[in-house]
Design a protein around this ligand. Sequence first.
Ligand SMILES: [Zn+2]
Length: 59
Amino acid sequence: MYDSAQQVKMGVIICTHCNSQVDTLDTDRIAVFYGVCDKTECRQMHSSIHEPQRGIDFE
Ligand SMILES: [Zn+2]
């Protein structure tokens, strides 16, 4: 028998910086996604990574 009442969220979003669970998703198979949680330090790391690096040119 198949228990259709049991809903299992198979997908999980993991913070790339602290590896904590950020959120869950309904997926048809086990899947792990990477994102960023709401911690200030993780947000700051995330923004620093994605911030375009400005090279200083000495001419
Ligand atoms: Zn985090």
